[in-house]
Ligand binder design. Structure first.
Ligand code: SF4
Ligand code: SF4
Length: 397
């Protein structure tokens, strides 16, 4: 009997099948909007529209021989402007990165972050046992679910950077102060929390994402709570939109949503003036990807003394800080290719509005913008503060 060899799936077919609505890729008009809006489109050898043309022509091999797909920071700007509603960020660009990873064409700094995530459960390579160290000296004690073993109203998914990064830990402390002032009954997973895995997924490591998600799902399943809140828009995106596909479904809010729902209770606690001209940077995974625009602004406007001004790029038209889709672990690579940082563009925009404070709501952004402010001429006085920090400051001592 003659055996018929299975027909090998082309990379085009594979990419079409990889994302929900991936088949929409066939509707590309080659208008170039996607590549035009892309913050790094000008230096990608294969920006989105060209990538599609090469896939159609069965010439993806050419893409695999280059490395500028790694300049994609998964910012959703291309997806936002595509007239054919093609899922470019979660589909095409993520699949292209997956193929580059499989081909071993991956920048070494990203490779390290992925290996750390695999080995330690976080991209910083920190010990999982130290995950709750940021909360050590806080009174009243922050409840660690595995220790207190009692139900809480709210499970706070703290995230990698607020747990470990020295600058970002202060945001976790500030949010603790705000939650305590509101009398919220909350707990954290501490050593049982793993990286949410979303940036690893968008950097092409789907298998690693699933492993991390399953570990978090197991921890969620051990405890009783009514809802999850998170400090991190990437964790928010993962738990809201991606974990359910793995059978892990829980109600989740970004902390700005959660606090904005409690504005009536929060406002009387904001007694101290923060007299400053403030502008707000919409994080890609809170704004464009999940349409949370008003709640962060409502919180800022509730702070006495704050004068809120918008940068030229705002709401859906916001500019990425450069940290998404693995960009957080590709600073050296991005610099080598572009000799410019997206965070510096944003700091310049904030300066041009005369802002004294650049307010953020994503843990990637505080260190990125603070570093940028050190290199942008005249930005030395610009303060970068998370909204949680501004709220805690307005509560006074
Ligand atoms: S914006 Fe959409 S339709 Fe236009 S080239 Fe890009 S993918 Fe194709
Ligand atoms: S997601 Fe952002 S960085 Fe990536 S290709 Fe689209 S516009 Fe460019």
């Amino acid at each position: 009997m003659t055996t018929i060899a299975p027909v090998e799936q082309s990379i085009y077919d594979k990419i079409l099948a990889a994302a929900p609505d991936g088949e929409r890729l066939r509707l590309c008009l080659q208008c170039g909007n996607c590549s035009g809006i892309c913050p790094f489109g000008y230096l990608m050898a294969y920006p989105p529209h060209r990538l599609i043309a090469y896939l159609r022509a069965d010439r993806f091999k050419n893409v695999l021989d280059t490395d500028t797909v790694w300049m994609c920071v998964s910012c959703y700007a291309c997806t936002e402007v595509c007239p054919s509603d093609i899922p470019l960020t979660p589909g095409l660009m993520t699949s292209a990165k997956e193929e580059l990873l499989l081909a071993g064409n991956v920048p070494s700094e990203l490779q390290s972050a992925l290996e750390f995530s695999q080995r330690y459960g976080n991209p910083l390579g920190e010990s999982p046992r130290k995950r709750a160290d940021w909360a050590k000296d806080i009174q009243p004690e922050v409840k660690i679910m595995g220790k207190v073993r009692q139900p809480v109203d709210v499970l706070w998914f703290v995230g990698d950077y607020p747990s470990y990064h020295p600058r970002v830990q202060s945001i976790a402390k500030a949010l603790t102060k705000v939650l305590n002032a509101l009398g919220v009954d909350f707990g954290i997973l501490g050593p049982e929390e793993y990286s949410d895995g979303d940036s690893q997924r968008l950097a092409g490591e789907r298998g690693l994402f699933e492993m991390l998600a399953e570990r978090n799902g197991m921890a969620f399943g051990k405890y009783q709570f009514n809802e999850i809140i998170t400090t991190d828009p990437h964790a928010y995106n993962a738990i809201k939109n991606e974990y359910p596909g793995l059978g892990i479904s829980y109600p989740i809010k970004h902390y700005t949503e959660f606090l904005a729902e409690r504005l009536d209770q929060l406002k009387p606690l904001l007694k101290k003036e923060v007299k400053a001209r403030v502008t707000y940077h919409d994080p890609c995974y809170l704004g464009r990807a999940n349409e949370i625009f008003d709640q962060p602004r409502a919180l800022l406007e509730a702070i006495p003394g704050v004068e809120l001004v918008e940068m030229f790029h705002n709401h859906k038209n916001s500019l990425c800080c450069g940290g998404g889709g693995g960009g957080m672990w590709l600073d050296g690579f991005q610099w080598e290719k572009a000799h410019v940082r997206l965070s510096e563009w944003r700091v310049k925009e904030a300066m041009s509005e005369g802002a004294e404070i650049l307010a953020v709501a994503c843990p990637y952004e505080t260190p990125r913008f603070e570093d940028a402010a050190k290199t942008v001429e005249g930005a030395g006085e610009l303060k970068v503060k998370d909204i949680a920090e501004l709220l805690a400051e307005a509560m006074g001592d």
